[in-house]
Design a protein around this ligand. Structure first.
Ligand code: NDP
Ligand code: GDP
Length: 318
């Protein structure tokens, strides 16, 4: 019999890839979508007729209860969040409400309406914050943003429901993962979009903040496979998902410009507006446990990721 999955955040980068993956595995897929004045289904346009969208919001308990009752899922993937770190300083209360408390609301809905469902929480390497790299499942959390703080709350809530109610709850502690579907304000998409605009003569400069920050950047599609694998195990557990390689923002910039034969130094302007009150300097994950237990390893290198993203941008402006 085919399985049923419910994805919150199905309209986001990861939600769209995960929905495609589960449909290919013959799942019946439901997605929770919040009401906006203009519907935002651009990332799932190609599969929208094959999934069932349910109206809901992570700040509204009753809508989540109804979604669980309606879908009766075998697997729940909680991907919805206010996911942009920089915004979390401007909207700290909303970030706490959606990215933190929203997890408890999802867990409560599962507990009351489909307690046997397996639950995946989209935890984040931002929880590690100031902890020295490399970071694995044993590393402490020292979050450096309201987003990171909210994700720590979500992480511990997920562990707590596993321990309190014996529910099948997993945290994927994902390091940064990108694609052509990444939100435009994240640095990788901002860079690849900016380079393509410059290449096509639409603009002359690219304004960025801290070029020295280092991130462990992987390809989003690879990471969605890990999410799925976590819920196929016999026992629930928490896993770091990462490439193990860390690169600076300036390395990403240099490679992206190189893809179109330009020198980044001619176009990049460092603009203090894009600095954060505090930044996370280096994130580099150790995903040995995921490799050992899940048999998961990333398939896409840093260089391939930049190429994939640049190719998609070039097509857009052609
Ligand atoms: P996106 O920002 O692309 O997607 C976020 C999703 O959450 C969107 O579908 C959005 O809906 C939805 N959403 C936001 N607020 C609400 C709300 N109040 N109620 C219901 N839905 C809401 O994020 P990603 O796909 O990149 O990331 C998925 C998850 O993984 C997030 O939780 C993120 O924090 C986490 N994560 C991501 C990492 C990454 O590198 N991408 C790394 C580690 C963790 P809408 O389309 O309407 O805006
Ligand atoms: P994050 O790791 O989830 O915060 O993902 P981002 O892509 O938003 O940021 C990654 C790193 O790039 C952070 O250290 C930012 O400070 C740095 N960065 C430098 N310039 C920019 C910029 O213009 N926009 C964003 N979003 N980040 C930038």
């Amino acid at each position: 019999m085919s399985k049923t999955a419910l994805i919150s955040g199905i309209t986001g980068q990861d939600g769209s890839y995960l929905a495609e993956l589960l449909l290919a595995k013959k799942y019946e897929v439901y997605g929770i979508v919040r009401r906006l004045s203009t519907p935002n289904v651009s990332r799932i346009e190609n599969i929208v007729d094959n999934v069932t969208l349910l109206e809901g919001d992570l700040t509204d308990q009753s809508s989540l209860n109804i979604a669980m009752r309606t879908a009766q899922p075998n697997e729940v993937y909680n991907l919805a969040a206010q996911s942009f770190v920089a915004t979390s300083w401007n909207q700290p209360v909303l970030t706490g409400d959606v990215t933190g408390l929203g997890v408890i609301r999802m867990l409560e809905a599962v507990r009351h309406f489909c307690p046997d469902a397996k639950f995946y929480q989209a935890s984040s390497s931002e929880m590690f914050g100031a902890v020295p790299a490399p970071q694995n499942e044993e590393a402490p959390f020292k979050p450096r943003s309201p987003y990171g703080v909210a994700k720590v709350y979500g992480y511990h809530s997920t562990v707590n429901y596993r321990e309190s109610y014996n529910m099948f709850c997993c945290n994927g502690i994902c390091f940064n993962h990108e694609s052509s579907r990444r939100g435009i304000e994240f640095v990788t998409r901002k860079i690849t979009d900016g380079v393509a605009r410059i290449y096509h003569g639409l603009t002359k400069e690219l304004r960025l903040g801290n070029l020295d920050a280092k991130r462990d950047w992987g390809f989003a599609k690879d990471y969605c496979i890990a999410m799925y694998l976590m819920l196929q195990q016999k026992e629930p557990d928490d896993y770091v998902i990462a490439t193990g390689q860390s690169h600076s923002v300036s390395e990403f910039v240099e490679l992206a410009f190189k893809e179109v034969g330009l020198n980044y130094e001619d176009y990049v302007i460092v603009d203090k507006r894009f600095y954060r009150p505090v930044d996370v300097n280096v994130l580099q994950g150790d995903a040995s446990k995921a490799k050992k237990v899940l048999g998961w390893s990333p398939k896409t290198s840093f260089e391939q990721l930049v190429q994939i993203m640049m190719k998609a941008e070039e097509m857009k402006y052609k």
